[in-house]
Design a protein around this ligand. Structure first.
Ligand code: RP5
Length: 180
């Protein structure tokens, strides 16, 4: 029972008064389980802000019908932002954007062959009309995609806006306090 309650809490945006959302607002999807070591940082960041989210593997190439189904039903399922990570011929974010008008944030994975430059270019070079907002390669991109998702959600959720301000203040305070 305790575990069940904990799981529910993990997928709920909370403020001091009440729980205001039960279903996932953000999907963190990635082309392979091998991307999780990097993308867990997106999940952890969303967790810190108490944003309801779900993480799963969906491959644009290895599971094309799942990718198409997920993108087409994302809006109706209550999601507001999709974070899509992939490496190499990284088409997942683009395929998501082709199927939905929700904001899609692409995170290029560092690849073995070309160090992520291939992932970056495949994610960022979308044709006009189908936007993907592309973040940095690897962990900084994963963290920033989550922060960007929080910023999007914060436009209509003052408690999240407040948490973002607090996050920036804490970040600056840490720099100011650094002694070398
Ligand atoms: C992409 O190919 C994935 O997003 C991953 O970054 C890369 C390698 O995948 P695996 O061969 O490790 O499954 O589709």
């Amino acid at each position: 029972m305790a575990k069940k309650n904990n799981d529910k809490a993990k997928h709920t945006i909370r403020n001091s008064q009440s729980e205001i959302q039960n279903s996932s607002l953000v999907a963190v999807i990635m082309g392979s389980q091998s991307d999780w070591d990097t993308m867990k940082h997106a999940g952890e960041t969303l967790e810190k802000f108490g944003v309801a989210h779900e993480c799963r593997v969906i491959s644009a190439h290895r599971s094309p019908s799942l990718a198409s189904e997920f993108g087409s039903t994302a809006e109706a399922s209550g999601l507001e932002v999709i974070i899509a990570a992939a490496g190499g011929a990284a088409h997942l974010a683009g395929v998501m954007a082709a199927h939905t008008t929700l904001p899609v944030l692409g995170v290029p994975m560092r690849s073995e062959a070309l160090n992520g430059l291939d992932s970056l270019l495949s994610t960022v070079q979308m044709p006009g009309g189908i936007p993907v907002a592309t973040l940095a390669i690897g962990k900084p991109g994963a963290v920033n995609a989550a922060l960007f998702a929080v910023a999007i959600l914060a436009n209509s959720r003052p408690e999240l806006r407040k948490k973002l301000h607090e996050f920036r203040e804490a970040q600056e305070a840490k720099i100011r306090a650094t002694k070398l």
